[in-house]
Design a protein around this ligand. Structure first.
Ligand code: 6GU
Length: 225
């Protein structure tokens, strides 16, 4: 997979991909992540990428010129499966969306800033608009990093057995069950007996029951009715 990210703050997107699983995914060749500075596509001598909004009101709007040039420059080099715009008014990111995106060859992600981008950019180029939750961030960069992390770890070969995505919360529509490691007793608290017994059928049944209980208590919305 190849992921291109267009942003006014490229430095914000360095460290999220420079450690652990994201780092290894790139080293092993599962993904290439390219971060592009939107200002490089500005014709303005001050490298401006925003302007006052028509109709008045506080806050700047990201202009059509630099974004259009950035997108078309990249599109001339390859075909993108999705052109994603990160915005608080986008569709809430779900595991199912991440699963779907993990099958793509090329993704282009545009990070919103200020009051957002001129609506014509969204109408012309964008195929998917994503939000990571019902709160407002200073910009789309951290949200884009979250999308990339959630998607890249699903590419076959990125995770090994120990970190397998198959047992993640949400992957089967339930939250993950509680987990324990040594020691078997800590401050008087015992690891559940069934886990120490090592009967795989009993362990599986216990985990399923706990996953269901936890989901019912914390996220009943996931269970429907
Ligand atoms: Cl994608 N962008 C911003 N600026 N804020 C957000 C968001 C995105 N998702 C949730 N809040």
């Amino acid at each position: 997979m190849r992921i291109d990210i267009i942003t006014v703050l490229p430095e914000l997107l360095k460290s999220p991909f420079s450690a652990s699983i994201m780092q290894r995914a790139q080293t092993k060749g599962h993904v290439e992540i390219h971060v592009h500075n939107l200002r490089d596509f500005s014709d303005d001598k001050h490298r401006n990428v925003d302007d006052y909004q028509y109709g008045g009101g506080a806050g700047m709007v990201m202009s059509v010129g630099p974004i259009s040039k950035a997108i078309e420059t990249l599109q001339a080099q390859r075909k993108y499966d999705e052109l994603i715009y990160m915005t608080p008014d986008g569709d809430l990111l779900e595991q199912s969306t991440c699963n779907q995106l993990s099958l793509a060859q090329n993704l282009l992600i545009l990070c919103g800033h200020y009051k957002g981008v001129d609506q014509r950019i969204r109408d012309l180029y964008i195929t998917k608009e994503l939000s990571i939750g019902s709160y407002v961030l200073s910009g789309g960069e951290l949200a884009a990093a979250i999308v990339v992390d959630a998607v890249v770890r699903l590419i076959p070969g990125v995770l090994n057995d120990e970190t397998s995505a198959l047992t993640d919360s949400f992957q089967d529509g339930l939250l993950a069950p509680p987990v324990y490691t040594r020691p078997p007793e800590f401050k008087g608290m015992q690891v559940p007996e069934v886990l120490l017994g090592g009967n795989p059928k009993d362990v599986a049944a216990w985990r399923e029951e706990k996953a269901y209980e936890r989901t019912k208590e914390r996220r009943p919305d996931l269970l429907g009715d």
